[in-house]
Design a protein around this ligand. Structure first.
Ligand SMILES: N[C@@H](CCC(=O)N[C@@H](CS)C(=O)NCC(=O)O)C(=O)O
Length: 222
């Protein structure tokens, strides 16, 4: 069985979990503490997740490379990510979403069961270098919420009902995994269309964000 090393809050890790769910790839789930530098360094010489250890024992990082290897029947239309123009458009959208989403959500993610006292301190110290004190992020939440509004409108205009498509593609997994963290921000109210979209992606992927918090069962999709 393959092993997925991941952080629950990380959108790139969520990408792989969603894709494995949709592709019905069974895997062993290992949630790595954020302050554990050794595990990712031993596996891929880089402190970055997600990492998959395949059945041949080879370890691989980079979410899209992992999904490409898993998607042997091209169910997710992985050729889309080779189309520079389309990929640029989606990447830009994700970058615009990423700033406000991460500023809103990081101060709350650290209080989920994924974190211990030491991993919380490690994460907060690292992220505050770039974003400033988490307390200020929460106090300035209106600014980030305002930035999200036009982006949600833009995304809504592109849903057909999936992102510029009548069926789910890798772009939907990239988008939904980036937006998913907002469900952890208290009282975030998704537009109806976006909530319905995210729920459709969730259903198709059999995705359960909180699974690792509450299940002792480490094998997924068996
Ligand atoms: N391009 C990578 C990005 C993965 C990535 O940025 N992972 C972050 C978590 S969201 C990470 O591992 N950060 C570790 C750290 O900064 O300590 C992918 O698509 O897999």
């Amino acid at each position: 069985m393959i092993t997925l090393y991941h952080y629950v809050h990380c959108p790139f890790c969520v990408r792989v979990r969603m894709a494995f769910g949709l592709l019905k790839v069974p895997y062993k789930s290992v949630v790595v503490p954020y302050d554990d530098e050794k595990t990712p360094l031993d596996l891929c010489q880089k402190k970055m997740l997600p990492i998959v250890k395949w059945e041949d024992e080879k370890a691989q990082n980079e979410s899209l490379d992992i999904i490409e290897r898993a998607d042997q029947e091209n169910k997710l239309q992985m050729d889309l990510i080779k189309d520079d123009e389309k990929m640029k458009e989606v990447t830009e959208l994700l970058n615009h979403f990423g700033g406000p989403i991460h500023s809103l959500c990081m101060p709350y993610w650290i209080w989920t069961p994924e974190f211990s006292t030491s991993s919380r301190e490690y994460f907060q110290k690292k992220k505050e270098k770039k974003r400033g004190p988490f307390n200020n992020l929460i106090q300035n939440k209106e600014e980030f919420l305002r930035k999200l509004y036009p982006l949600m409108e833009e995304l809504t205009s592109k849903l057909e009902p999936y992102y510029k498509s009548s069926s789910l593609t890798i772009f939907d997994i990239m988008i939904a995994s980036h937006l998913w963290g907002l469900y952890v921000f208290p009282e975030y109210q998704f537009k109806e269309e976006i909530h319905a979209y995210l729920q459709k992606v969730k259903d198709q992927c059999g995705f359960d964000y909180h699974r690792d918090f509450f299940s002792d069962e480490k094998e997924v999709g068996i």
